[in-house]
Design a protein around this ligand. Sequence first.
Ligand SMILES: Nc1ncnc2c1ncn2[C@@H]1O[C@H](COP(=O)(O)OP(=O)(O)OP(=O)(O)O)[C@@H](O)[C@H]1O
Ligand SMILES: O=c1ccn([C@@H]2O[C@H](COP(=O)(O)O)[C@@H](O)[C@H]2O)c(=O)[nH]1
Length: 238
Amino acid sequence: MTKPAYKRVLLKLSGEALMGDDPFGINRATIERMVADVAEVSRMGVELAIVIGGGNIFRGVAPGAQGMDRATADYMGMLATVMNSLALADAMRQVGITARVMSAIAIDQVVEPYVRPKALQYLEEGKVVVFAAGTGNPFFTTDTAAALRGSEIGAEIVLKATKVDGVYTADPKKDPTATRFSTISFDEAISRHLQVMDATAFALCRDQKLPIKVFSIVKPGALKNLILGEDEGTLVHV
Ligand SMILES: Nc1ncnc2c1ncn2[C@@H]1O[C@H](COP(=O)(O)OP(=O)(O)OP(=O)(O)O)[C@@H](O)[C@H]1O
Ligand SMILES: O=c1ccn([C@@H]2O[C@H](COP(=O)(O)O)[C@@H](O)[C@H]2O)c(=O)[nH]1
């Protein structure tokens, strides 16, 4: 079998992608398909840490959040990522993969707190670590949490799995003339204000020299191809 191109990666899963074709929430078939992809890579011996977004849940409650204090709404968003993380870890358990959820916000009865040495230990033991509750701070996103945790654990790359197959000149869902980059520098992605990932996440990865690959979670086999070093998605580099 071909050897994986990476030993340790940080996978950022779009919360929104978890909805499948549903209006919000977690689509069972979708989470099972995502977990099958993750399990395949974990079984190849790659140390895998995951950050999952909250768009699928927070989108459902967003109308009720209108006019809310921003920080309060952000804490609700972070709690949404805890729910997704628990669902993800449970779906992994069902296919025989051991996962540990670690939260940036203390909710000790539900999930263990994020402690960096413990996370490193789990990774070395071959467990999948799911980082929940983003950075634990309002005014941030789970993309920034992925950049932060990826840097902390010494990941070789951040793999951003989303509904589109890379970084485009504009949002391809809104602009059908948008074209895809095969590679782009952090500086160019930031200066062009490309919305595929937030600027804080891009800047942190740039400063830490941590490359990002943006790829499609919808395309069958894309995660495995990428792990094997094949050409998938867009590389964002220093
Ligand atoms: N220049 C661009 N290139 C590619 N995608 C873009 C671009 N601008 C905006 N997008 C949009 O960004 C989305 C990627 O965001 P995604 O939903 O994965 O992230 P997120 O905000 O972290 O989601 P979630 O909160 O659900 O985790 C794509 O679905 C795409 O429509
Ligand atoms: O560090 C963080 C991470 C997230 N949030 C809030 O949660 C939602 C959902 O995260 P997504 O990255 O959009 O999936 C986000 O919109 C924020 O409201 C946060 O405050 N801090």
